[in-house]
Write a new protein. Structure first.
Length: 273
C-alpha cells in the first residue's frame, strides 16, 4: 500500500468529518425538532434556490422515517401551548412562503402518515418577486414564477385538519429595511388579513429571510403572536428559549438522507451548516 493511498484516505476522512460532523452529540430528544421547508418539488437544473426545493421522494422518505421511529407531530402553536407536556421525539414541520406544491405534493404525504404542519403564508404572494429584497443580485432568480397557493387552496389545506396557517408578513418584506410603522403594517397586517380571510386564529410568525431587529421582535409580541421562528439553525428547549426567536432545522433540497438524519440529531449537518 503506497503512502499516497493513505494520504488520500486521510484527506477523504477529513473532508467527510468536516461535511458531516459525525462526532457531535445528539441534542436532548425532549427538545422538539422544528423543521424548515419551502417547496416540495423536483429541483430545476441550473436554477438558483434549489436548496429550497426538496423532491417529493426525499420528503416522503423523511416523513416515513419520522413515522417509523415514532416521532409525534405538532403545529407550531400546538407545540408552544403544550410545551410542558411534549413527549420525547416531537417534531414541527414548517413551510415558508405558501407554494402551491405544499398542497399538491406535501399534503398527500402528510395525510398518509398523519403528520401536521405549519405554513407561513405571504398574503401578497402572487406575481411578487421577493428574491431580490435581501440581495439585489437574486432578483429574477425564479421564485416569482413558482406557483403559489390560491386562497381557496389555503382553505383546502385548513380543511384537512392537519395545517396551521402562520404569518410571514404581507409582502415578504425585508424588515431590516423598514421603519417601525412600516414593520407594524407588515407584521400585524398579515395576521389580521389571515384571520379575517380564513376565519382562523393566527398565532405563529416567521421572519422573512430570518432578518429582523429588536423593533420587530417587540412588534411581533405586541400584535399578540405567541411565537416566532427564525432561520437560525438549531434545536431549542422551548422552555428556556425566547418564544420570539425560535431556531429551526433547515431541510435542504441538497441534503441526502444521511444529512437529514444527522440534522435530526444535532440540528446541523456538519460543522457549519
Ligand atoms: Zn420566506
Amino acid at each position: 500500500m503506497g503512502i499516497w493511498y493513505i494520504i488520500i484516505l486521510f484527506l477523504l476522512f477529513v473532508y467527510f468529518s468536516y461535511r458531516y460532523a459525525w462526532w457531535k452529540r445528539v441534542v436532548d430528544y425532549r427538545y422538539p425538532r422544528i423543521l424548515m421547508y419551502h417547496m416540495i418539488r423536483e429541483a430545476i437544473p441550473g436554477k438558483k434556490f434549489n436548496s429550497l426545493r426538496v423532491s417529493p421522494e426525499a420528503f416522503e422518505a423523511q416523513i416515513k422515517y419520522l413515522y417509523d421511529n415514532e416521532w409525534k407531530s405538532y403545529t407550531m402553536s400546538e407545540a408552544m401551548a403544550q410545551k410542558n407536556s411534549l413527549p420525547i421525539k416531537s417534531v414541527v414541520i414548517t413551510f415558508d412562503d405558501g407554494y402551491r406544491d405544499n398542497l399538491t405534493n406535501a399534503l398527500p404525504i402528510l395525510k398518509k402518515y398523519g403528520f401536521k404542519a405549519t405554513i407561513y403564508l405571504v398574503n401578497d404572494r402572487h406575481d411578487r418577486d421577493w428574491s431580490g429584497y435581501r440581495k439585489a443580485k437574486n432578483e429574477g432568480a425564479g421564485l416569482k414564477d413558482e406557483p403559489k397557493l390560491s386562497d381557496d387552496e389555503v382553505r383546502e389545506l385548513l380543511d384537512s385538519g392537519l395545517i396551521e396557517i402562520g404569518a410571514h408578513t404581507l409582502t415578504h418584506a425585508n424588515l431590516n429595511d423598514l421603519n417601525i410603522l412600516e414593520s407594524q403594517r407588515e407584521i400585524c397586517g398579515s395576521k389580521e388579513e389571515i384571520e379575517a380571510q380564513f376565519k382562523v386564529e393566527c398565532h405563529s410568525f416567521a421572519y422573512p429571510f430570518g432578518l429582523y431587529g429588536i423593533k420587530d421582535e417587540k412588534i411581533v409580541m405586541n400584535c399578540a403572536y405567541t411565537n416566532a421562528v427564525t432561520t437560525q439553525l438549531g434545536i431549542a428547549d422551548l422552555h428556556t428559549c425566547d418564544p420570539f426567536k425560535i431556531p429551526r432545522v433547515t431541510v435542504s433540497g441538497k441534503d441526502n438522507f444521511f444529512a437529514f438524519w444527522l440534522k435530526l440529531r444535532t440540528g446541523k449537518r456538519g460543522v457549519k451548516k
